[in-house]
Design a protein around this ligand. Sequence first.
Ligand SMILES: [Zn+2]
Length: 254
Amino acid sequence: MKDVQDDIKVSEIISYCFLSISLMHEDVQDDIKADSFKFKVYTTLKDRVFVFSAEKRDDCTMWAQVLMVAIMEHKNSNQSDQAELTSRPDKEGFVRFANLKEYYVTITGQMLRYYQSLDDYQEGSPVHEIDMKLASVKANESKKLRLQLWVHYGHFDLIFPSEQELQQWRLAMEIAIAEGLADDTVLTKVYENISNQYCADCGAANPHWASINLGIVVCKNCAGIHRMFDFRITRIKSLRMDTRIWTPSLIEVS
Ligand SMILES: [Zn+2]
C-alpha cells in the first residue's frame, strides 16, 4: 500500500471505512443551531455515532431525510447484498500488505474486500472493496512470496507466508476475476428448464454450477462436495465461466 500511496495517492481514493446502510439505526437526528447545521447517524458499530455537517440548513434537513428514507427502505426490503454478507465468503483470511499491516481479506463472488480487523468483517464494514472484474493479479517478479493485485488506480502488494498460501489466494482471485467477466448466456439457456433453477442436490435456488457428466445443476456448496470425488465420477464446471465447454448439445442434456 505504501508504494501505491507514494506514487498516485491512493489514500485519496480509498476511504477509511465503508458505512453500509444496513449498519445504521433508524434515528437520524438533526442537530441544527443558528450557525451550524449537523445531523447524527447512529450505527451498530460498537455504538459509534457519525456526525455530518452541511453548509446550509436546507441541505442538512434534506440529507437527514434522504438518509432516513434509505435506512427505512433497506430495513423493509430483503436485499440480496445483505444475504451476500451473511453467507460465507469463497475465500477469507488475514493477508499481509506491503505496509506490513495485516488485513482481513474476503472474496465473495467477484468482490474482494478487506477489513481492519475480524470485528470489522463481522460488522460488515470494509476499508475498501474491489470489483475483480476490473482487476488483474500477477506474481511480483523481483520478490518471492508476493502477489500484485492491479486495479486502475494502482496496485496492492500482498505478502504470503508460503508458496502454497500464495497459490490458494491467486486461484481464488483468478476465479473472482473470471466470475466478474462471465456472462449469463449459458445460464439463461439452462434455466429455461425450471427444474434447473434449483440445486439438484440440496434444492438451493439459482445454482451456477453443473456436473457435465451427471447432467445436473448444483449450487456452489454442493459443487465443492462434487469436487472431492474423482473426476470420472463427477466433473464440475461453472455455468457462468467455462462458456466454451457448453456446446448446444450439453445444454440440452442439462
Ligand atoms: Zn446444493
